[in-house]
Ligand binder design. Sequence first.
Ligand code: SF4
Length: 251
Amino acid sequence: MATETVPRARPGETVLLSECYASIQGESSFVGTPTIFVRLYTCNLRCAWCDSMYAVEGGEFREVTVDDLVSRILGLATGGAPGPRSGIRNVCWTGGEPLLQWRSIARAIRGLPAGLVHTFETDGEVDLGPFDAELAGQRRAGLVRYIMDVKCPGSGMTARKAFENLRLLRREDEVKFVLADRRDYEFAKGVLAGHGIPADTVLFSPVTPAHKVARGLDPATLASWILEDRLNVRLQPQIHKYIWPGKDRGI
Ligand code: SF4
């Protein structure tokens, strides 16, 4: 683990913000939909294939107030000519690990229009319980959803808390396995066989080259494994990397 000293945000008052922008969601069952991304700084893990290390270490962040963040999200959600199909309805909280700053996020969500759908790309190793309890009504209404990783061995991390967090998931949440090789695939199959997964959608996402990983997993190879085993999962390449090849920020 790195030993970088990171200033702490004031819980409920500020966030450490890496970037905030509008783009097309490249993953999950929201794939293809215009989405506002809120990328928060720093993470409790250090995955070998992390494709957003600039939001994990290196000090590239600004501390902003929750009120300023809410204004920024509102500004990004509108824009253009108003009409029945205009406006962005989805907000993706990502990072880094966004839920390290859950108190400020909860306040931001309360300050935003009630109809927005908030998804959380969370690494699985932060206890979902306190945030769940804080936004219980929004969770029940399907307006706060988790896309939760279970870390496979190829990440260099070890899934522990993820197995407790699985029990807190709802049908509309999603579980994601990022797979570097056949060993990761077998690990993911074992998790599916050995644990109740309340979420309807399970994502198998092939690793793409990033950080300490020079070669990814060929999506066609992963597809053949899934079909051979007749697994009821969704193969999930990251389509933003096809739309904007070579770009790593603001996508
Ligand atoms: S959990 Fe996500 S942000 Fe954190 S190191 Fe792993 S891939 Fe990067």
